[in-house]
Design a protein around this ligand. Structure first.
Ligand code: IVH
Length: 672
């Protein structure tokens, strides 16, 4: 056991070291494959020996359970804020005053400049080198416990990388979302009709305040420290720059573009220009520069006034507003058919970039702004990556109203609006090309029609060539349509066609989910199938009848009715059915739960069934499928090359089956 636990500790330390190289130093030393292999090994070890699992394991960044409320945390050393300066003069005056108070000449001060990261202040509490909690600033005195989401941030060490960490230390810094991550998150949100964030700061705030850490783990947040709060232990520094370097040695990222210079006016001026240029190149949003007196003794001598230090100030970048003209508003159609207005502007240079588009979110925003085509408008890039329209400054002459088109700009189908919702949608459904490729991907996806080999890239290619226009075209694909594409040959084309054929026998619920009826997800589709049992009766159901089904509300019911009333959708479905897609009548009796109360374990490689299918099958009979073997395991199915789970099962004298025995045992049931 002791060597197992040593191996485990080494593996944890190794992966943490690789994470540090990748996420903090931006300098990975292993390939993704090697990393993945070790991570899998770690997960295997942990699932077989749960008692070994350490809080510092990289697998433990996402805690199991979402929280239900934010616990309050009192800061032992208050989290202060900074006074703002909006000009060079104001900045310089601030330090002149400080120098006067210290009875020295301002030019003898060493000023340390750091980018002012546009995120949220955090305090990370470490005890004996281990992260124990993370708190937001709150009112400076009392913040909120956000440890569950903060632990998912890979640039925050769960264990400080020092052999002699202080007994306790509060590390203060900024949590933020890099611009690229913010843009990616919003692109995904737009596609899936989720909340679009106005700027990276809001996205970071929304992410750390998620109750469920799994959501935070999917988003890329980063943390950079800028100081220390309370600590216990033998630390002694003379300069702020030393403190920052020390924090880096504890395993944290460093703020890029930090400079030290003497306190004279020209040096401040030069620094500002350097930072203005650096800003455009930086991967994160910054909203100013923080200037600090570098000597800690001088900082202590100056102290604080109200809620801000007398030794540091934030020089804010001016708001980046410009006036331009609104030339046109176009409407873009997303996967689910939602129309989003996009403002086309007379190009204007603002905040270092030429802007010619701005988002408008929805029609309500246009009404709120009182916006007409031709108007002179003020746009802003203050902190926002996507420029926004602030207001109309002068009415255009001529000016024309902006109206939601009545027909889809892509497929010409009528536009509709569900009562109580802000969004307008294209009713083109399965035939609208703007929704097309995405809908086909949805249809073919593993959890729906599960068409192996017909992947995202291939669908996009076939779609762009016009071979696949709708989901019905999947069934008329010819060998040559695929074989002639770059990177494809006859063999791979045949694999695709075979997979299409193999997918034709399905379940009604799966097929309904695959159709992608707006708001009808996997579960909704299953409930509909269970209730109506046939496509025919479902397609003729009224809203009232649909609302009898558990979990189906008025919006979903209306969407279902509209979907089946649309003759274009009817045609596509008929073509699909004519090509041989079938399902067994949904029988009302649930599958007998003959394995209820039993725990099964699958191990090794199965030849006929995939592990996922075997697991789903066992679960459909009521079994629980576990990842590790214990005395309580009812049966182990051992495929080829089964390893330690099989030997453990043998040691424990458990029931073991090979794959052939497993298939024979359940031959009376439909295994696929
Ligand atoms: S120093 C005692 N340095 O700006 C003051 N703050 O407007 C400690 N901020 O609450 C703050 N980047 O959240 C400092 N390099 C930086 C910063 C920074 C961003 C934030 C911080 C603070 C706010 C004040």
């Amino acid at each position: 056991m002791s060597s197992l636990s040593t191996d485990y500790k080494h593996l944890v330390a190794q992966i943490n070291q690789w994470d540090h190289e990748y996420y903090v130093l931006d300098n990975p030393s292993v390939s993704d494959a090697e990393y993945d292999q070790s991570f899998r090994k770690l997960l295997d070890l942990e699932s077989q020996n749960p008692s070994l699992i350490s809080e510092q394991s990289p697998s433990q960044r996402v805690g199991a359970k979402p929280i239900t409320e934010f616990r309050k945390i009192e800061h032992n050393v208050k989290m202060l804020s900074l006074a703002n300066a909006f000009s060079l003069e104001e900045t310089f005056n601030f330090f002149e005053k400080a120098a006067k108070e210290l009875n020295i000449d301002v030019s003898t001060l060493t000023i340390f400049s750091e980018p002012k990261l546009d995120g949220l202040a955090l305090s990370l509490h470490y005890e004996n080198g281990l992260l124990t909690y993370a708190a937001t600033r709150g009112d400076g005195q009392i913040g909120e416990d956000v440890t569950h989401t903060i632990r998912t941030i890979k640039s925050i060490p769960l264990k400080l990388t020092s052999a002699t960490p202080p007994q306790t230390i509060d590390i203060r810094g900024e949590v933020f979302m890099p611009i690229a991550a913010f843009e990616k998150l919003n692109r995904r949100a737009e596609k899936t009709d989720l909340k679009v964030f106005v700027n990276p700061r809001n996205a970071a705030a929304g992410t750390i305040r998620q109750m469920n850490p799994k959501i935070a783990a999917e988003r890329d947040l980063q943390f950079i420290p800028y100081g220390i709060g309370e600590y216990e232990g033998p630390l002694s520094f003379t300069d702020h720059s030393e403190t920052l370097y020390y924090l880096h040695t504890l395993g944290f990222k460093q703020n890029p573009h930090c400079y030290a210079f003497s306190g004279n006016f020209e040096a401040f001026e030069k620094n500002y220009h350097v930072m203005e240029h650096a800003r455009a190149e930086m991967p994160m949003q910054i909203d100013g520069i923080v200037y600090k007196i570098n000597t800690l003794q001088q900082q202590t001598a100056l102290g604080f006034i109200a809620r801000s230090p007398k030794w540091a100030i934030a020089r804010k970048f001016p708001a980046q507003n410009e006036i331009t003209q609104l030339l046109e508003v176009d409407f873009q159609v997303g996967r689910t058919g939602v129309l989003t207005p996009v403002a086309r502007l007379e190009p204007v240079f603002v905040g270092g970039v030429t802007v010619s588009n701005a988002t408008l979110h929805n029609m309500d925003e246009i009404d709120r702004l009182g916006l007409y085509r031709g108007d002179n408008i003020e746009i802003q890039r203050a902190g926002d990556v996507i420029p926004k329209i602030v207001k109309v400054v002068k009415k255009g002459n001529p000016r024309t109203p902006i109206l939601m088109p009545t027909c889809c700009p892509v497929c010409n189908a009528p536009i509709e609006k569900t009562e109580g919702q802000t969004a307008f949608r294209c009713s083109g459904g399965l035939t609208c090309p703007a929704q097309g490729a995405e809908r086909i991907k949805h249809y073919a996806a593993r959890k729906f029609m599960n068409i192996n080999h017909l992947g995202t890239k291939l669908i996009e290619l076939l779609y762009s060539q016009g071979t696949l226009k709708s989901i019905a075209d999947i069934y008329t694909l010819k060998l040559n349509d695929i074989a002639q594409l770059e990177g494809q040959g006859e063999k791979s084309a045949q694999n695709v066609l075979d997979a299409i054929n193999a997918s034709k026998t399905t379940k009604l619920g799966t097929f309904l989910g695959a159709l992608g009826i707006h708001e009808v997800g996997e579960e909704g589709a299953k409930s509909l199938a269970k209730h109506f049992k046939s496509l025919n009766s479902l397609s003729q159901a009224t809203t009232e009848e649909l609302m009898q089904v558990p979990d189906i509300g008025p919006v979903m019911a209306t969407n279902v009715v509209n979907f089946f009333q649309d003759t274009r959708n009817q045609l596509i479905i008929n073509n699909i059915l004519a090509s041989g897609v079938t399902w067994q009548e949904e029988d009302n009796e649930a599958t007998p739960q003959i394995l209820a109360g039993q725990t099964w374990v699958l191990t090794g490689t199965l030849q006929v069934l995939s592990r996922t299918d075997a697991k789903a099958f066992l679960e459909s009979l009521g079994a629980k499928v576990a990842g590790s073997v214990s005395k309580k395991t009812s049966c182990v199915v051992a495929g080829q090359d089964a390893g330690s789970k099989l030997s453990n099962a043998e040691k424990l004298g458990l029931k073991i089956m090979n794959e052939a025995e497993f298939l024979a045992e359940f031959s009376a049931y439909s295994l696929t």
